[in-house]
Design a protein around this ligand. Sequence first.
Ligand SMILES: [Zn+2]
Length: 259
Amino acid sequence: MTDWSQLSHAYGSAEDIPALLDRIASDPAPELWNDLWSALCHQGSVYPASFAALPWLADVAGGSDGEQAVSALTLAGAILAGSGQPHGAGDVRVQHAVEIGTLLSLANEHLRAATDRTEYVYLLEAVLSFEGVLGWSDDLAWGLTNEEYEVSCSGCEADLFIVLGERGLFSSSGDYALTEEDVDTRPLRPANPADLDGIGRRLHGIALADGRQEVADMLTYVFGDATCPDCEADFSVAAQVSARWSAMGQADTPWGRRP
Ligand SMILES: [Zn+2]
């Protein structure tokens, strides 16, 4: 049995967590899930109690209620995306290897049945998290659902937006969303799918196999090239997205994979 009173979360002692889990089990209201997110994965930060919740999340993910299963999978994915943080809970990927294996196979099942693009990319991100691909497991879904990444230019270090979606496919050094004036932009250059390698090739292949052409197309831009409107330097979008994690100390390899 987990002694929750010995564990902590974002607001202190985790002794309140069992009651919250019971309430969600009997009345899965979105506000209660929000309370659980706030306590266990506060703006991406994780705590000893976060990992202690993985067995419960794996149970819910294996239940018959699809909506609850997706909620449990995305929270468990976000928690494990933080497994490299200094959370003080030990080697959580080893301690929870069984639950992580269960969560991975359930996430793959629900991925195929996702109802829309947002749910699909969050489940795809959860799959990466359960596999231990840190970095993209923090950033993939946010970028694809917001149709935007923020990166630094590899040449002049200017802060740039990489815009992918209805607003166009371009890099911009100004805040294109907040101004009526023309901001300086440069078109993105998508990767040829045949030239993709590594995580880009894999994600593109999964999206195509799942019939998610729109996601696959966006990924060719995430793993393609951009030009800085300020200094005209050309750079790889994915390399600059992952450079940000290194700068934040979240990853120690280009793709954030830890052994
Ligand atoms: Zn530049």
